[in-house]
Design a protein around this ligand. Sequence first.
Ligand SMILES: Cc1ncc(COP(=O)(O)O)c(C=O)c1O
Length: 375
Amino acid sequence: MSQKNIPYGFQTIENDDIDAVGNVLKSDLLTTGPKVAEFETALSNYVNANYAIVANSGTSALDMAVAALGLKPNSEIITTPFTFVASSNCILYNNCKPIFADINKETYNIDTDQIRKKITKKTKAIVYVDYAGQPCEIDELKKIAQDNDLFLIEDACHAFGAEYKGKRIGSLADMTIFSFHPVKHITTGEGGAVTTNNDEFYKKLKLLRNHGIDKPPSERADYSYDVKMLGRNYRITDFQCALGISQLKKIDRFLKRREEIAKRYKEELVNTDKLTIPYVMPNVKHAWHLYPIMVDKKINRDTIFTSMRQKGIGVNVHYIPIYKFSHYKQFGFIEKNYPTTEDIFSRILSIPIYPKMTDQDVDTVIREISNSLRG
Ligand SMILES: Cc1ncc(COP(=O)(O)O)c(C=O)c1O
């Protein structure tokens, strides 16, 4: 048994983060106050986008982004099946149809050749996911979008701080989505954001976050306001935004530590013939939300999973392909149409990676994974 449990991901909360939250809790405005705009400015500056709209989760941010496209019911949106279910639930919330395209066998990101094969007259958008923190081939996606008049939504919930060809993720698609769940690069407890350079999307996103209401109480001359469209309540509190502002100041340190851990895993595991370490494209900066290893075909991944969990190491499987879920059965997806997703799903295992991991924790994971593989 290892001495302590090591989860696959975990937040880093320090005293200044706690003070920042405490200060807001002592103030008059717990929500819709100044910290929201302050966090949005800090975020948009960080990702080099004109606008950031923060929300109460990454899932809410995805829903707002698809809603902002204003698509007709039954429009088709192409996405990856190898992601968290929120990436495609946002399509269903908006009465559109998710169409899955198989993934690339090296990056585990959506395969652009497969996307091309799935495009029909009804296709209106692509929701692509930067799996584990590695950006997709965005130039290729942009070309597909231009050729076929499609919108691009980048689900960058794994890729805060990542870069593609020297550009930080956040303004390369029509809209980009981030999550601030505790296992992500920075946290607000629950939280998320959409970033965009597009004025029209920005205006719609602001309405969508707050019931479609045109002006907040602070901007009203009297009691009157209008509801311009069907919105939601996806507002995030000021104390969460204060936490986000405080966390964002530490992002370089957090990303550096993730990178160090990934480097160490690579050095120690690259020569193990029973597993494959993640492939990193030469033109990206990986944000290392996850460190997914892939076990050899002859090895039973579930045996390794159980043995690691018994040792207190919180390995995980990212992801069960979305078409396997009960709710998705009604759409008639056929598993054998996604051979790469099926193969990767059967062999993938996320091992722990988060800034608070000590060198000793990293050594423990390396030792135990090597022992488990030896069997
Ligand atoms: C790829 C991806 N998209 C969306 C989400 C949803 O984010 P949230 O948990 O903030 O709603 C997650 C969360 O894990 C995710 O991994």
